[in-house]
Design a protein around this ligand. Structure first.
Ligand SMILES: Cc1cc2nc3c(=O)[nH]c(=O)nc-3n(C[C@H](O)[C@H](O)[C@H](O)COP(=O)(O)O)c2cc1C
Length: 196
């Protein structure tokens, strides 16, 4: 079976999180038409994830040098590298996204598993063909799109798949009809899902 990895970076639960609503909607549109895909969701806020410490880096490097890439330390990297489709759903926080997503990225970037250095530079080893980043914001993102740009850069570093982003903005602005904004985005997402 082909694999979709949903990297759920939303702290709020289903029924409350608008980012999760759009992410779930997109996944439903896609998997309804593509039953050959198996969906795996990682809930970053439920994982035992912490910023890499000096001791973690030392351990990681020792494991990689010893070729012990099957150590649980690399579980996120292995899961990521084998996915065919990637969805990252994260709310827009402080001009980017919740910091747990950055911590997750620290665990993904493992030399020899998700990327490698060659004579001409770095090379992504991940298999994903397509990735989408879904976010929602209270106000307007405008030129402060640091989260999307960062995620796009990381995905480009780790693989060669195409990248799409979808935003629902202005959800917390007084007087805005957030339900209407979300429904409009769902329509957009159903069209993206058809070609994804
Ligand atoms: C910690 C935090 C930081 C936020 N930072 C921003 C921000 O910089 N700009 C903005 O427009 N909205 C910001 N918001 C509002 C959220 O982007 C918005 O409510 C979003 O839809 C929340 O997603 P959710 O419903 O999936 O939790 C912030 C919300 C929180 C809780």
């Amino acid at each position: 079976m082909k694999k979709i990895l949903f990297i759920n970076s939303c702290p709020r639960p289903r029924g409350i999180s608008r980012t999760l609503r759009l992410s779930d909607y997109f996944l439903k549109c896609y998997t309804d038409k593509h039953p050959e895909y198996e969906l795996t969701e990682i809930r970053l806020f439920d994982e035992d994830l912490r910023s890499l410490t000096a001791a973690d880096i030392e351990r990681r490097d020792a494991l990689l040098q010893a070729g012990k890439t099957d150590d649980p330390f690399f579980r996120f990297a292995h899961q990521f590298v084998s996915a065919d489709r990637i969805l990252i759903g994260a709310p827009y926080w402080d001009l980017s996204f919740p910091s747990i997503l950055k911590v997750y990225v620290e665990h993904l970037c493992a030399g020899g598993i998700t990327f490698q250095y060659t004579e001409t530079g770095s090379e992504g080893l991940s298999h994903f063909e397509k990735a989408i980043y879904i976010t929602t914001s209270g106000g307007f993102i405008g030129g402060n799109d640091y989260g999307t740009e960062y995620i796009k850069g990381v995905l480009n570093f780790l693989g060669n798949g195409t990248f799409t982003a979808c935003y629902a903005e202005g959800l917390d602005i007084c007087g805005n009809d957030s339900e209407k904004i979300l429904q409009k985005k769902e329509k957009e997402l159903s069209i993206i899902a058809e070609k994804w």
